[in-house]
Structure formats: structure tokens, C-alpha cells
Ligand binder design. Structure first.
Ligand code: GLY
Ligand code: MN
Ligand code: MN
Length: 458
């Protein structure tokens, strides 16, 4: 964990922002896989980690603003636990490490919460905890999230959206593990192998160097399916791979990188044509990042670069300004340019995406494609975000748009039809917004055609 002062400062800032009331942060529990004693890998709740730092189950943290008290609720191990798990420091000893001097048994939490007037809590996603919270707060699980404190959400987002130096160091570590995952995959992939032979090892690298992956590995020859988690295909000569994978740092900060590369190590001319467009758009997007710039503007600029490339390649036509305004590029680039990243890979998505990526100055569009943009707001120093343009040939989407003759002034459907099996191509890096520009995090994973082919050849 970070030094205790980091957590003390974070809680102090939250108290100052909210001014009054009691803040309840539930830590996560273990979650059973197929029977209670056989749980999934434990992952602490990110906001609990942020304010209380303790990385083990069955805790709750209270910030009692009115009385300026921070309390951890949890139970020390009994001898029956110790027989199975080994000895552990006490809750009091561990809480002291995050600057909390007051601890109480978990059973005291109910009285503490019930005696408080104004309880702030965040939206919940863990159903077992939602049931527990019903008994604490008297709110049915179905109604819990609509009663979450918007004031608290906004305050937490404001703090977590700006990464401190020690957080950025963690994120560099996470990106460096992703460097190993991606370069290994490029070197090891060969025609005839099954995707899982590589994806399993990629996940193993994350586990061997930290807590593990930051989200389920996307490793597929069918990259036109954006979040494809099937790893059972045989990789053939002429196929290309989308590897979208990232790791957690020791303190659970995420990385999220994507590379696209040929299975046999050499791009075909058709693959290269599309790849170069995506690469140019990604480099231009990174170049455009600076404090004060709306990320929506960077997204739309990237869409324009993609549209220009696709026009040169014969897939799009007409006035590209109009094409992008009307969303024609979204046939090929149907998702957003990126998202905030931090303790969560889609940082704080569980608190409400619009609180994180939008604000009073920018509202989410309902246009297909642009509606999926998770981050639109003005960038600030300390934001860390992904830059992940892509071009995809999604047969089902092509068929639908073509049958509707949708935006036909901007799309050459005959040409698109010829290439409906082109699959997908995405390139993604994690970028810190600095005081005067940006920094791509981690060791640079090969990205130019020449560098990717050289890595594949090693
Ligand atoms: N790895 C999922 C994403 O790029 O958003
Ligand atoms: Mn990704
Ligand atoms: Mn991403």
C-alpha cells in the first residue's frame, strides 16, 4: 500500500468536499465460484482501496465527517480461521498502516449506520453486499443505487480522476507488465496454434508479475467483435490477431493496451492499408492531447483521420466533414476513442459513466458510435486515459446499413462488400495528461508496421 499519509489526505479531502454526514464504503467479500469455500480471485472494491487501502475481504470503512472520525469495521481471525489461513496481523494493526486508529467489530457497523442521520454511499454492483446493505440502511437492493449519494459520486470522481505521482508510478508498472504481455504474444504466435495457447500465457505473465489481468483478455482472430473473449480458434496463415489485454500493478492500478499483428508475422497489403490508417489516427489522437482540450474533440478529429484514410482506400466518399458529423465513419469505427483508466480499467464506470467522462459542459450524444464515447469532457493534468481507435468490418452491421442504404452518400457499399471479411484492427495505449501535454505510459510496445513485424520475427 502507499504511505498512510496518502490515505489520510484522501479522506481529509473528501471530508472537506462533503462537509457533513457519514460516508459508508463497503469493502468486497469473497465471491463463491461453485460452492462457498471455493471463491473467485478476490478483488477489493476500488473506492474502498482508494480511501482505505486495505486489500482483504469483509471490511467496511466509515468516514464520520461530523465527528471527524475514520473507522474500520472488521473482525480479527479466530483460531478456527488461523488453522486454515495462517496468522494475520490484527485489524487494528493493519488499519494503522492506512492511518486509521479506530477499529470496531463488523457487528457494530449496523448501529453506527442506523444512528447516523445522513449516510452517503456509492452505487453498488456486488449483490451479496447489496443484501447486507439492505439490513444496514433499510433500502431494498432494487432501490439501493437510485438512492446512492450523487454528492459523494461527484466528490469521489473529482478526486480519483486526477492521478497523483505515486498513482502514475503504479500505472507505469501496470503498463510495463502489459509490454511483456504484448511483446511475448507477438513473438510466440505462429500459424496452427490455438488462440488459447497464447492468451493463457499472456494472462500468466500478468499473474507472474502482479495481481493479474485488469480485465478478461481479448485475444482473437475475430477482432471485428469488439470484446471477443472466445479463445478457441486455430490461428491460420493470413489471419491477424487483436490482442487487447492489460495488467494490474501491485496496488491494483490498471493498464489496457491493444495491438493488432499478423499471425504469420507479415502484414498482407490489405491488412497493412487498414493498419496504417488506424496507426495514423492513433498517433494524431495522442498528438492532439493536451490540458484544456475536450476529449470529444480529439475523438471527432480521430474519426476524421479514419474517414480520410478510408476514403483514400475507396471505402468512404463525399464530404468527410459532413460524413463525420452524420456518423458515417461509425460503420467502421463504432466505439469511442477511449476512457479514463485508474484503479478500474474503465475507471469508476460503476459510479456512472457520465459522471466520469462528461460534465455540465458536454452531454452524451445519442448518435450511433458517438453514443459509446465514454470520455468527452475537458482534459486536465493528472487524467489518465486510453487512446484506442480501430477499424472493423462487422458483417452484421454492414448488412444492416446496406439494406437501409444508410448514409450512402459517404459509403461505397460495393467496395465494403468485397472486404466484409477484413476483420478488425485496433491500437490502444494509456496516456497521462501532463501540465503541458501528455505522456504515453510504459515501455513502448512495437506499433509501426516495421517494428511489429520485427518483434514477430524474434
Ligand atoms: N479493454 C477494453 C477496452 O479497451 O475498453
Ligand atoms: Mn482495451
Ligand atoms: Mn480500453
Amino acid at each position: 500500500m502507499f504511505d498512510a499519509s496518502v490515505y489520510v489526505q484522501r479522506r481529509k479531502k473528501l471530508k472537506e468536499k462533503l462537509g457533513s454526514g457519514l460516508v459508508l464504503f463497503m469493502g468486497n467479500e469473497e465471491s463463491p465460484m461453485n460452492y462457498p469455500a471455493n471463491p473467485f480471485h478476490f478483488r477489493q472494491d476500488s473506492s474502498f482501496l482508494y480511501f482505505f487501502g486495505l486489500d482483504f475481504p469483509n471490511l467496511a470503512g466509515i468516514i464520520d465527517i461530523d465527528n471527524d472520525r475514520d473507522i474500520i469495521f472488521g473482525d480479527d481471525l479466530t483460531i478456527d480461521d488461523i488453522v486454515w489461513t495462517g496468522p494475520q496481523p490484527t485489524i487494528a494493526e493493519r488499519s494503522a498502516e492506512v492511518g486509521v486508529s479506530e477499529t470496531q467489530p463488523f457487528s457494530d457497523l449496523e448501529e453506527k449506520v442506523k444512528s447516523a442521520g445522513n449516510v452517503h454511499y456509492l452505487p453498488q454492483y456486488f449483490h451479496a453486499l447489496m443484501i447486507k446493505m439492505e439490513s444496514l440502511l433499510g433500502i431494498h437492493p432494487n432501490k439501493l443505487n437510485e438512492n446512492a449519494s450523487v454528492e459523494l459520486i461527484k466528490a469521489v470522481v473529482e478526486q480519483r480522476n486526477i492521478k497523483s505521482e505515486e498513482e502514475v508510478r503504479e500505472m507505469e508498472l501496470a503498463a510495463d507488465i502489459a509490454y511483456e504481455m504484448h511483446t511475448y504474444a507477438m513473438r510466440a504466435t505462429k500459424p496452427g496454434m490455438v488462440e488459447s495457447e497464447i492468451s493463457g500465457k499472456v494472462e500468466g505473465i500478468a499473474l507472474s508479475k502482479g495481481p493479474g489481468v485488469s480485465f478478461p483478455v481479448i485475444f482473437t482472430i475475430n477482432g471485428q467483435t469488439l470484446h471477443n473473449h472466445y479463445h478457441g480458434n486455430i490461428m491460420k496463415d493470413g489471419d491477424k490477431i487483436i490482442n487487447d489485454s492489460g495488467a494490474e500493478s501491485p496496488l491494483h492500478y490498471a493498464s489496457d493496451l491493444t495491438r493488432t499483428y499478423p499471425v504469420n508475422g507479415k502484414f498482407t497489403p490489405e491488412q497493412k492499408e487498414i493498419y496504417e490508417i488506424v496507426l495514423r489516427s492513433q498517433l494524431e489522437a495522442i498528438e492532439a492531447i493536451e490540458p484544456g482540450k475536450m476529449y470529444k474533440e480529439v475523438h471527432l478529429h480521430t474519426a476524421k483521420v479514419i474517414a480520410e484514410g478510408l476514403k483514400e482506400a475507396g471505402f468512404m466518399k463525399g464530404n468527410l466533414e459532413d460524413a463525420v458529423n452524420q456518423g458515417a465513419h461509425a460503420l467502421f469505427f463504432p466505439h469511442g476513442l477511449g476512457h479514463m483508466i485508474g484503479l478500474d480499467v474503465h475507471d469508476m464506470e460503476g459510479l456512472g459513466e457520465d459522471y466520469v467522462g462528461y460534465d455540465d459542459t458536454v452531454r452524451r450524444s445519442d448518435q450511433f458510435g458517438l453514443a459509446y464515447l465514454r470520455l468527452a469532457r475537458k482534459l486536465e493534468p493528472g487524467n489518465v486515459l486510453t487512446v484506442e481507435p480501430g477499424i472493423y468490418f462487422i458483417p452484421e452491421l454492414i448488412d444492416m446499413w446496406k439494406s437501409e442504404n444508410k448514409l450512402a452518400d459517404f459509403i461505397d457499399y460495393d467496395k465494403v462488400e468485397q472486404c466484409r471479411d477484413h476483420g478488425g484492427c485496433r491500437i490502444e495505449d494509456d496516456v497521462l495528461v501532463t501540465d503541458n501535454g501528455k505522456k504515453v505510459l510504459g515501455m513502448p510496445v512495437p506499433k509501426t508496421v516495421a517494428d511489429v513485424e520485427a518483434e514477430c520475427a524474434k
